[in-house]
Design a protein around this ligand. Structure first.
Ligand SMILES: [Zn+2]
Length: 301
């Protein structure tokens, strides 16, 4: 089976993760712009981060046989530094039209402050003008209300539900999201957000339409193999192969493919991996290493 992980922060992950994901069947990933764990203090660090997402990280993924896409945005935590947020808003139009950018994200509410609301709305406008999907991060606190509010504000700004992927759902929010016609994404996180046994039961109860699974793996304890592992568990627990394909591949492709930046041919007709390639002079190889054209090879030289 082939998988798409539509929310994973590869910048924070290692080459081992890329190799393991490729071996497990992950063919494409989407990396939303997000919070790096400590506050940024200069607009230039956003500029370099966005450039990295559309540049070197895409290249790095390709060297392991994985196609890399991203969503670009100002995340909710950072919206609270208004002086900086103003400067970042000026940067965003320079990045959202770039190759491989499949949406505006991850944006939305964290503490649901006035500043978060302001920059969420401005970015919804940006997405609508660009005709791009929106990837919404829903808050951990006051989740149900925050999720409903995120959807209502998106509608207010003229976004069609089919252009909005509402992320980090759980049993409390899924019904509202599906009823309103939005995409419902689920993050499989060890211990907190959602285990994959619960995820299996959600698909059993609500069916596979407009539901997608992601790892949201980042710099914290998380599992970059969450999508293939969840697919395996679902199959073991009697969910049909067609349903599993929808929630671990096809629905993500349909939702983010609306950007026009993510054709399936990107990976179905991908050129063979050539690890001798360089990106602006940088290679993933280290002194004297032999390039592996077959990433599934067990050889260590
Ligand atoms: Zn994230």
């Amino acid at each position: 089976m082939a998988y798409i992980d539509p929310h994973v922060h590869m910048t924070s992950r290692t080459t081992d993760d890329y190799q393991a994901m490729q071996r497990a069947g992950v063919v494409a990933v989407i990396e939303p712009a997000f919070w790096m764990g400590q506050p940024r203090t200069e607009v230039g660090t956003f500029k370099d981060y966005y450039s990295h997402l559309i540049g070197f990280e895409r290249f790095r993924a390709s060297q392991f046989g994985i196609r890399h896409y991203c969503t670009i945005g100002l995340n909710s935590k950072e919206a609270n530094n208004e002086a900086l947020a103003e400067e970042v808003m000026e940067l965003l139009p320079l990045f959202i039209y770039k190759e491989g950018v499949v949406g505006v994200g991850e944006i939305g509410y964290d503490d649901q402050t006035a500043a978060e609301d302001k920059y969420y709305r401005l970015q919804l406008e940006l997405a609508r003008e660009a005709g791009l999907p929106v990837q919404i991060h829903t808050p951990h606190r006051d989740k149900k209300q925050g999720t409903i509010r995120s959807m209502e504000v998106a509608l207010e700004h003229g976004l069609a539900p089919h252009m909005v992927i509402v992320d980090h759902n759980n049993e409390e929010t899924v019904e509202q999201v599906l009823e309103r016609g939005f995409w419902a994404a689920f993050t499989i996180y060890p211990h907190t957000k959602m285990g994959n046994e619960r995820m299996t039961e959600i698909v059993r109860q609500y069916g596979p339409e407009r539901i997608m699974v992601n790892s949201a793996a980042d710099w914290g304890i998380s599992d970059p193999l969450a999508v293939p592992k969840t697919a395996q568990l679902m199959l073991e627990r009697g969910i049909s192969a067609e349903a599993v394909h929808l929630v671990t591949y096809q629905n993500a492709l349909a939702a983010f493919g609306q950007s026009g930046q993510m054709p399936e041919s990107d990976w179905l007709q991908a050129p063979a991996v050539d690890q001798s390639q360089r990106y602006a002079g940088s290679s993933i190889l280290r002194g004297g290493q032999v390039p592996q054209s077959d990433p599934s090879s067990a050889l260590i030289r």
